[in-house]
Design a protein around this ligand. Structure first.
Ligand code: COA
Length: 251
């Protein structure tokens, strides 16, 4: 485990913290590898139901370590730590919640597009400076950002490379909610434990449906129907519905 990635688990929630504040939580190959291991571990552990990600100090992440960009051979990028991280992140089946506690840049923003819920401190800022650096955005973000905030807004952020504040991020639908910085950790923990308490099979199936790329509506309804019927047979759903009926009868 990289010394810059901290993990802690409590009550079904794995908390993951990017913790390299003196470099504004810039991500190195070792750090991507550590996050990937943590996500794989969380995926395989039935006791973990939700993962949260945040940054140490006053920053979420300033993106890829720029020195690493120049140092590393990324020719076969899918086989590198960042390539594997993106693949595991994109396929992660359990809810992933982010708490953006300050500056989020580059992959510090594009990874948010793979998070299911994103909360931010009022001090948070967001920037996709890929065109400023002479490269292109990654992580499926040229598709996912437009899906999240709309094509024109995605073009504005990605072509201009300009930074926006938390209020604008909320207005355009990049994040769910803003809270004072001192309240972010509590909000994140509360939201995570609420999801962790719900039937796990229902949560993962709902996330999988939400994450599918667009398809013919009829095909989606057929898929939802199949999942609905499958989940309805599970003891957890049956017990919840039976308890509802029993309460009404006795009340
Ligand atoms: N990669 C490597 N080092 C980084 C970094 C990054 N992405 N972001 C910040 N750092 C380092 C700085 O080099 C500096 O290191 P030093 O103290 O050894 O000189 C330290 O973090 C603090 O950064 P500094 O620029 O002094 O802080 P700041 O508060 O003035 O600005 C940022 C913070 C994040 C706005 C600014 O550092 C920045 O724009 N970083 C680059 C972001 C970027 O382009 N990322 C790539 C996206 S694809």
């Amino acid at each position: 485990m990289s010394e810059f990635i901290r993990t802690e688990s409590s009550e079904s929630v794995l908390q993951l913290r990017i913790d390299r504040p003196d470099k504004k939580n810039a991500l190195t190959a070792d750090m991507y590898a550590a996050i990937t291991r943590a996500l794989n571990g969380a995926e395989a552990d039935p006791a973990i139901r939700v993962v949260t990600i945040t940054g140490g100090g006053d920053c979420f992440s300033s993106g890829n370590d720029i020195a690493d960009f120049l140092r590393q051979d990324l020719t076969d990028i899918e086989a590198t730590p960042v390539g594997r991280f993106l693949s595991v992140l994109a396929g992660f089946r359990k809810p992933l919640l982010a708490g953006v506690n300050g500056v989020a840049i580059g992959i510090g923003v594009t990874l948010l597009l793979h998070c299911d819920l994103v909360y931010a401190a009022d001090t948070a800022t967001f920037q996709l400076p890929f065109t400023n650096l002479g490269v292109v955005p990654e992580a499926g973000s040229t598709q996912l950002l437009a899906q999240r905030i709309g094509q024109l807004r995605a073009s504005e952020l990605m072509l201009s490379g300009e930074r926006i504040g938390a209020a604008r991020a909320l207005e355009i639908g990049l994040i769910n909610q803003i809270v004072p910085a001192t309240e972010l950790a509590t909000l994140l923990a509360t939201r995570a434990s609420t999801l962790a308490a719900k039937p796990a099979a229902s949560i993962t199936a709902t996330k999988a449906l939400l994450r599918r790329q667009p398809e013919a509506l009829g095909a989606r309804i057929v898929l939802e129907n199949a999942e609905f019927v499958r989940l309805l047979q599970l003891p957890e759903a049956r017990a919840i519905m039976q308890a509802f009926l029993d309460r009404r009868r006795s009340g």
